[in-house]
Design a protein around this ligand. Sequence first.
Ligand SMILES: C[S@@+](CC[C@H](N)C(=O)[O-])C[C@H]1O[C@@H](n2cnc3c(N)ncnc32)[C@H](O)[C@@H]1O
Length: 217
Amino acid sequence: MTTKNAIFKTDDGSHSIYSNRFNESYHSQHGAIQESMHIFIESAFNLFIKNEITVFEVGFGTGLNAILTYIEAKKLNKFVTYETIELYPIIESEFKNLNFSAELKIDKSIFEKIHRSDSSIELSPTFKLKKNITDFTNYQFQNKYDLIYFDAFSPNTQPEMWTREIFQKIYNSMNVGGILITYVSKGEIRRRLIDIGFNVEKLAGPPGKRHILRAVK
Ligand SMILES: C[S@@+](CC[C@H](N)C(=O)[O-])C[C@H]1O[C@@H](n2cnc3c(N)ncnc32)[C@H](O)[C@@H]1O
């Protein structure tokens, strides 16, 4: 089986990647930037009133959620500690060809910096990034988080990422009032989150996706 990824253009003009390892794309065809903005930024990050926010992202992938959070945090004057995990980082020839910097009108070097780092860096005095290049299924959290971007491949493709045990360990690592946001709205996942103790809301999804889930501890 080949594990080569393919870059493609989505409907809002931004790129995404199709993973041949998982036979699934990192974002929907309807628009990568539009989708990530709707789910992760507008339905979760922007809800925090406090000035310091700790984020943990499951599945760093193209780095789109990270760069969007960096841009939004700068705009809102927030201090962000952004931790993420990725088992299969994309390679230089892939991240260099993604058009996010041009689409978002930011300096290309910032986007490349978040990909080149393989541990901790300060992207700016107000944005710290920590990458864990390891397997999330047996990862033990060291810190507590306000916000979880749960952006694994779908439950059909990677059921091992969506188990009760995984959500329980996430719940235990979250601050009270913290938010877990995910693009999946399947009843089975929603019930799993409720069962663990989250308050779960079904929200309108981005174009092409009827619902998403926001779970509050
Ligand atoms: C839907 S994509 C993430 C998209 C990403 N958030 C973005 O903004 O581009 C899911 C990611 O999870 C990663 N992944 C798959 N299995 C993993 C595992 N066991 N541990 C950590 N990351 C994993 C994949 O390599 C992929 O990058």
